[in-house]
Ligand binder design. Structure first.
Ligand code: PHE
Ligand code: FE
Length: 300
């Protein structure tokens, strides 16, 4: 599922319809109309969550999405995620971001902020570096129950927020944001976006009970959660920073390759060093197709 704020060239600021607020952001090159009201957004792309504007049908859709996913977490999602999912509060209604932020602030110093939809990569990195996680205000349409292209409030909250309650993962996300601002200056955003994709969105973790999902794109997906953990089809490779930075990804189908971490500490430590020399090395190596297998891969 195309579900991150895709920091690759796929993102494109749409020059049409810029009257006030900030420029809308779309996937692709302007063929998809922007979703969300960018006229109300501040310069940093945050806006108010207009909670009163959600309809009964919106809350009901959220509840159905939540219940379908919650029912299949056991044995597929990592314990850190399952332990924190209750922090989202009652599934009966779309959570109020300010109430959720209070809990998050107390746990890890993070908060959630509303955004109209996709935002430019620099705005995204900047918010993460301040421990502010951007959450889309709108919810998908009922006919998008099984699949939505852009991230909506369900994906952003259900997929991403539980692990922000985990101190190590919370620190990783902030470091990622700061690293993103640096990558923008070094013109290495595409390499860094792949790291986000293969960890924050589609990451698997090896536990004593077996492989489990921690990536938001799989945890919020009806079909890919089971597929990523149990199907014989995809390739599962041990975490390898340079390998990930070289690997292209699919935005419109299940992933062909998932990368497996041993722990959140491993993820944090492996990404702590300065990436400048890493970007330089990776720039000299050819890219890898999404389904390519290397002899050096540690395959699960
Ligand atoms: N260490 C990275 C750098 O120097 C920053 C970073 C940390 C990036 C964690 C991603 C994740 O650029
Ligand atoms: Fe996402």
């Amino acid at each position: 599922m195309a579900s991150l704020i895709d920091a690759s060239a796929e993102l494109d600021v749409d020059p049409r319809g810029v009257n006030s607020g900030v420029a809308p952001v779309t996937y692709g090159h302007g063929e998809r109309p922007p979703r969300g009201d960018y006229a109300q957004a501040r310069a940093d792309y945050t806006c108010e969550q207009d909670w009163a504007a959600y309809s009964t049908a919106d809350h009901d859709l959220y509840r159905r999405l939540y219940e379908r996913q919650a029912a299949q977490l056991k044995g597929l999602a990592c314990d850190e995620f399952i332990d924190a999912i209750g922090q989202l509060g009652s599934p009966a209604q779309i959570p109020r971001f300010d109430a959720l932020s209070e809990k998050l602030q107390r746990a890890t110093g993070w908060e959630v902020v509303a955004v109209p939809g996709l935002i430019p990569e620099e705005a995204f990195f900047s918010l993460l570096s301040q421990r502010r996680f951007p959450v889309t205000g709108w919810i998908r349409r009922p006919e998008e129950f099984d699949y939505v292209v852009e991230p909506d409030v369900f994906h952003d909250l259900f997929g991403h927020v539980p692990l922000l309650f985990n101190p190590m993962f919370a620190d990783y996300m902030q470091a990622y944001g700061a690293g993103g601002l640096k990558a923008s200056r070094l013109e290495s955003c595409e390499n860094l976006a792949r790291l986000y994709w293969y960890t924050v969105e589609f990451g698997l973790i090896d536990t004593s009970a077996g492989l489990r999902a921690y990536g938001a794109g799989i945890l919020s997906s009806a079909g890919e959660l089971r597929h990523s953990v149990t199907s014989r089809e995809p390739l599962r490779v041990g975490f390898d920073l340079e390998r990930i930075m070289r690997t292209r990804y699919k935005i419109d189908s299940y992933q062909s390759t998932y990368f497996v971490i041993d722990s959140f500490k491993q993820l944090f430590d492996a990404t702590a060093p300065d990436f400048k020399p890493v970007y330089e090395r990776v720039a000299g190596l050819h890219e890898l197709a999404a389904d390519e297998r290397l002899p050096t891969d540690r395959v699960f």
